[in-house]
Design a protein around this ligand. Structure first.
Ligand code: ZN
Length: 86
């Protein structure tokens, strides 16, 4: 599974947002670049907000998908996954 697909699924499954530390737990330290791609290449509406999911000593950021229609995500050549985000 590609890292970008892992990020996409985390964002879809966690509608309150996904903390940066969660991406690290999935061994994706460079999640910022993947989120950039989802925003610009896939046109996903992803907002960056202060994490309110955990109690952090320092400021941590979470990423929340706010798009509310069906998004197609091309995982690999010839494979298209559809997610209903409603
Ligand atoms: Zn957090």
């Amino acid at each position: 599974m590609s890292q970008e697909k892992t990020i996409a699924e985390l964002l879809i499954e966690n509608r309150r947002g996904v903390c940066g530390t969660t991406f690290l737990q999935h061994y994706i330290p460079r999640f910022g670049g993947h989120i950039f791609n989802l925003r610009h290449e896939k046109k996903w509406d992803i907002v960056k907000e202060r994490c309110d999911l955990h109690e952090h000593k320092n400021t941590q950021w979470k990423y929340r998908l706010i798009k509310s229609d069906t998004t197609n995500y091309n995982v690999e050549e010839g494979q298209t996954y559809s997610f209903n985000l409603n």
